[in-house]
Design a protein around this ligand. Structure first.
Ligand code: GSH
Length: 192
């Protein structure tokens, strides 16, 4: 399997961590989405990364769908409950963490056009603040995939929005500190 992704994509990082954790044969193919390369557009009409290319030539798009696919390749995995309330709780945690990424990337695109203040950026920042507070209350006793998603979102804020003080939430600070040396996370940290 090949993962079309950039090294800084936080969505792709979730999947690179999963591949590492589950010892799945996933090769990273560095792909810059904004270049609109023909391989990417053929695999994902949305022109976004990450995309997982399967060995039969078909593609799986969107990080949450790809994550579900990778988890399904590892029967017996313990990173995400496979059914029941814990399953839906975990997926909801992932969705909230992804929502932080969505809002942060939205802020970046607007900033690139000179829009850093006003109703829309303020709305994104409020969403990030609420989501961080919510995630602080959703951390499970045994860190798994949902907790990995939380750490990836927090570290992405460090990379792009260091002014957003997610460490004000002691639970998030403790989680990131506990997971920082986990090999899968250490191996996928974005370059500077
Ligand atoms: N919901 C998508 C979001 C993916 C996404 O926004 N990726 C960014 C890179 S981090 C991208 O490809 N942006 C290019 C674009 O929006 O055109 C996912 O979870 O995979």
């Amino acid at each position: 399997m090949q993962l079309l992704a950039s090294l800084t994509s936080p969505y792709a990082r979730k999947l690179r961590v999963l591949a590492h954790e589950l010892a799945l044969p996933v090769t990273l193919v560095e792909t810059a989405p904004m270049e609109d390369g023909p391989e990417l557009l053929a695999a994902n009409p949305l022109g976004k990364v990450p995309v997982l290319m399967l060995d039969d030539g078909s593609s799986v798009v969107d990080s949450r769908v790809i994550a579900a696919y990778l988890l399904a390749q590892a029967p017996g995995q313990t990173l995400l409950a496979t059914a029941g309330p814990a399953h839906w709780h975990g997926l909801t945690t992932e969705a909230i963490a992804d929502g932080i990424l969505d809002a942060a990337i939205n802020l970046r695109f607007h900033a690139a056009q000179g829009v850093t203040e006003g109703a829309w950026p303020d709305r994104q920042r409020r969403a990030i603040a609420r989501a961080l507070a919510a995630l602080a209350g959703r951390i499970g006793a045994v860190p798994g995939y949902p907790e990995i998603c939380i750490v990836i979102a927090c570290e992405y804020l460090d990379l792009r929005f260091p002014d957003i003080d997610w460490r004000a939430h002691g639970e998030l600070r403790a989680l990131q500190a506990a997971l920082t040396d986990r090999p899968s996370l250490a191996a996928t940290r974005p370059p500077g």
